[in-house]
Design a protein around this ligand. Structure first.
Ligand SMILES: [Zn+2]
Ligand SMILES: [Zn+2]
Ligand SMILES: [Zn+2]
Length: 89
């Protein structure tokens, strides 16, 4: 397998796709979001850093889950927070 830039990304064999096209945390509080990201550890879909609440980032830091995938249709990339590593798949 090609080196994707860090061990977390290299460990991903199949990319988790979003089960829902909404940020589950924003829905709870009635907030809006810009783009969606799916945690590759637990599969939760949350909003990106361009969104007011940045739930994906908060989740990564609070839970220690390192890697997210874009949940935007047509986007195929992964990002690792602790290593600031990005790869397309
Ligand atoms: Zn990493
Ligand atoms: Zn959110
Ligand atoms: Zn997670």
């Amino acid at each position: 397998m090609a080196d994707r830039g860090c061990g977390h990304l290299n460990a991903i064999n199949s990319v988790k796709q979003p089960e829902v096209r909404e940020c589950v945390e924003c829905v709870k509080i009635g907030a809006h979001w810009v783009h969606l990201r799916t945690c590759q550890q637990c599969g939760v879909t949350l909003c990106c850093d361009s969104s007011p609440n940045q739930h994906a980032s908060k989740h990564a830091h609070a839970s220690g889950h390192p890697v997210i995938a874009s949940a935007q249709p047509g986007e195929r990339w992964l990002y690792c927070y602790p290593d600031d590593a990005f790869t397309e798949y």
